[in-house]
Design a protein around this ligand. Structure first.
Ligand SMILES: *Cc1c(COP(=O)(O)O)cnc(C)c1O
Length: 403
């Protein structure tokens, strides 16, 4: 695959009128190796953060063998790319037909749930031709935990309340060959303490249920670096999680799992967008709320940006800008502020960084937009939590910076 050095070289080669996604397989590979070697347990990739087949292959090649899939389409997708991967269906509300297809056609054995009805549904959907119950179900009870330390809540939709968790764990133990407890502290957890609180709740649930627990899954939520959000080192999260896991009243050989989505994919992609018009401190660009900048529009997420001048130089002086996306919808607005040169103008390009998680995956065809090319570049992402590790020398040797 042809690789370009960086965004400016792509912009100058193609002068793209449409957005271009730039992928950095070396950065995703580095993140995967970090989790595979440093997390004190097993790391599952949460596919919904970015279901790109190329990314999934990079993660597999760098040690990620288990995948958290949340829909039958994700099950089929990952199975078609990785015949030997272990797929875990971690959406607590599934249709019976999705469970049946996942179990019988794609070898899925691990399912999450948060109600008695879902236990029953899984048991019924996995009966064999004689009506006999599956003996190899690996079930995870999803506990509701607080999202107060995360930028994005996942607390209100899923998870059983602690007060009701004991009976559900007991009922699930009756039909499960292997029983886990899982939770999700919310995305972009800015402090490891988020997991401490959740593991304390897990301890209370296990004590209440009095059943053998084979696995604890601390979910996703591991952060990436964005403007105004520089998290502590991931090693701190791993150490605190490990310490509290070890103190739980669980089977001596119980496993520890995590399900990073953002942390494994954020650094994978950036995007080149074009400035079509400038109106004061508002820039009209060719990507927005219905595309990779969904989070920038809907939850005010600030992604890092760099200006690529069409001609000459732009001043070093930075100023805050807001963006309008390409559709005719007023909601296609991203407040920012995005810090760019004060003399940026129509015709210039902007590289928006850290779009590998919940960015590149969010593009839609609304209003006729959402097309565009995908290329590979060899430079570093705009921010990284993994650069403590030595960068692959072949990659850095390729980089000829035109900036
Ligand atoms: C979305 C999701 C993840 C990934 O979350 P990140 O914050 O991206 O790490 C993991 N597990 C489950 C069940 C999810 O729904």
């Amino acid at each position: 695959m042809h690789q370009y050095p960086d965004a400016p070289s792509v912009a100058r080669t193609f002068a793209p009128d449409e957005p271009v996604i730039l992928n950095r397989p070396h950065a995703a590979g580095r993140a995967a190796r970090f989790f595979a070697t440093k997390f004190p347990g097993r790391s599952l990739y949460a596919v919904k953060a970015n279901p790109s087949a190329d990314l999934i292959k990079v993660l597999w090649d760098n040690g990620i063998t288990h995948y958290d899939v949340a829909s039958i389409a994700e099950v089929r997708l990952v199975r078609s790319i990785l015949p030997d991967a272990t797929l875990c269906f971690m959406h607590p509300v599934k249709t019976a037909s999705a469970i049946r297809e996942a179990y019988f056609q794609h070898g899925v054995r691990t399912f999450s749930l948060d109600t008695f009805e879902e236990v029953e549904k899984i048991v019924e959907a996995t009966r064999d031709g004689h009506g006999d119950r599956a003996k190899d179900l690996r079930l995870c009870v999803r506990l509701r935990v607080s999202s107060e330390y995360s930028e994005l809540s996942l607390a209100s939709k899923f998870g059983i309340d602690l007060a009701d968790a004991g009976p559900l764990l007991q009922a699930t133990r009756q039909v499960a060959d292997w029983l886990g407890v899982c939770f999700h502290v919310g995305s972009q957890a800015m402090t490891p303490f988020a997991y401490v609180q959740a593991l304390e709740r897990t301890r209370a649930a296990i004590a209440d249920a009095g059943v053998v627990i084979d696995m604890i899954d601390v979910g996703g939520g591991f952060p990436s670096a964005y403007p105004g959000m520089e998290p502590p080192p991931l090693e701190d999260y791993f150490a605190i999680i490990h310490r509290h896991f070890e103190a739980l009243p669980i089977a001596y050989n119980a496993e520890l799992w995590c399900e990073p989505g953002r942390a494994l994919s954020a650094e994978y992609s950036s995007m080149i967008v074009k400035v079509e018009k400038r109106r004061g401190d508002e820039l009209f660009i060719n990507e927005g709320a219905y595309g990779a900048l969904y989070d920038a529009a809907h939850i005010g997420w600030r992604f890092p940006v760099d200006c690529i001048a069409r001609d000459g130089e732009r001043s070093g002086e930075l100023q805050g800008f807001s963006f309008y996306g390409p559709t005719c919808d007023d909601a296609d607005f991203m407040e920012g502020p995005f810090m760019l040169p004060a003399d940026i103008k129509a015709g210039d390009w902007i590289e928006v960084g850290m779009l590998g998680a919940y960015g590149a995956a969010m593009r839609t065809a609304f209003n006729g937009f959402g097309q565009g090319d995908v290329l590979t570049v060899g430079d570093e992402p705009m921010a990284s939590l993994y650069t403590g590790e030595r960068v692959d020398k072949r990659v850095s040797d390729n980089v000829v910076s035109l900036r």
